[in-house]
Design a protein around this ligand. Sequence first.
Ligand code: HEM
Length: 452
Amino acid sequence: MSVLPPGSAIPSPFQVFRLVRDPMRFFEGRRRRYGPVFRAPVFRIAWFRPPREVFVATAELAERVYATDAGGGRAGETRRDFMAPAVGEHSLLSLDHEPWQRHRKLLTPPLRARTIAGYRDDIGRIAAQNISQWPVGRPFPLRDRMQEITLEVIMRLVFGITDSERLDRLRPLLHTLADPGGPYTLMLMSAAARDRVLGSRLLRRMPFLPTTRFLAARDAVDELLYEEIARRRAEPQENATDVLSRLLAARDDEGRPMTAQELRDELITMLEAGHETTATGLAWTFERLLRNPQVLGRLRTELDRGQEGYLDAVVKEGLRTRPVVYAAPRLLDAPLELGGYRVPAGWAVGPAIPLIHHDPTAFPEPCAFRPERFLGDGAGAANRSWMPFGGGRRYCVGAQLALLEMRVIIREVLERMDLTAEDPEPERPLIRHVTLVPSRLTTVTARPRAGM
Ligand code: HEM
């Protein structure tokens, strides 16, 4: 079989324009027209050539893609170019083969559900403190507040920084570093062009450019993190539970510790991969809850009774109906047979997560926001096709932390506040970097909950 997957003959720039204008319509239109395996330009836009990127739209096909993690597919390579300016060369996101395996073994234990369970109260305190400063009776974008909370979680529980003066210095710098506005232009360049720009002295003299601000923030963050790493190495705290402390104590199979540069790169990786994504997942879940009052009502009742099973299902349904990351691509080293087509080596192939999450065979009435599908008898089938965190060996290493944060933060908000949507119309997904964000960043009005 040597048939290439079908795809539109329209030049890539026009297709990308359509994707950016309405990502859900774009993906749904492709599936309707071409079936569950199709070509579309998204990650590696070859402007004047037909795209060498393939998407799949069912969980079974996605599993075949994830299976290439064992050999034949490289996830790191698809992310390297656009992540490198921020995360450096030693990042779990962009490594492949043995170096990736070594890092994955080191990063997995500190992020396991059991290890991070102790963060619950700290996350609750961080959220409560933030909520106490929300404007009352005046609309504001909830996603920004969620981002402040998830940034604080990264600084305190992942980096383990407790000193308030250091936190105050780091906060605005990390905010700039994580803003895709800065490195976005860098991401679109070839590696050689990007290195020339990054090394340019002229650029450093133009502080008004987002790229220059990004570079200045990166330098300042690096200085702070290297200082922190050196200080903690010199005075190890035996009972510290933050992720950095655990990584400092970790040893690889040869008994080697991580180098300071590896630690720095992985800390920035967890910031880049873990703070906006979790904040967006929270914003979407609130956006859906506010358009589904009966679900919100049941959630409140269950939480007031001290039960968390329904909360867990709400978080899952939030990430299903509005997956934050829309694709998890692999670059193929060997051809891959998919649904009767053959994807050649050198092409990128990935699940279109929003399509998989709206597959009516796995999720009947896929557009309905119905957490009950993750409870009871049907839950097994729903869970098998649920993949907001990707899959295979490259499955999101921070998934358990993200889920814990979402559960704790939703609970803290609902205990304290009544929220109303500024506009009852649903918010549309917009592409931002590799994520889909709500078009009005979940604009809400908050009032203290009756009786609080
Ligand atoms: C709701 C929040 C989050 C979502 C939706 C999300 C989603 C994803 C997805 C789709 C992938 C790609 C998986 C694949 O290629 O199969 C991924 C990878 C990754 N995520 Fe997350 N993520 C979230 C939170 C986090 C957090 C909190 C952290 C860290 C603290 C994190 C760290 C990472 C890293 C390091 C990788 C690369 C893993 C590897 O290649 O081995 N993520 N994430």
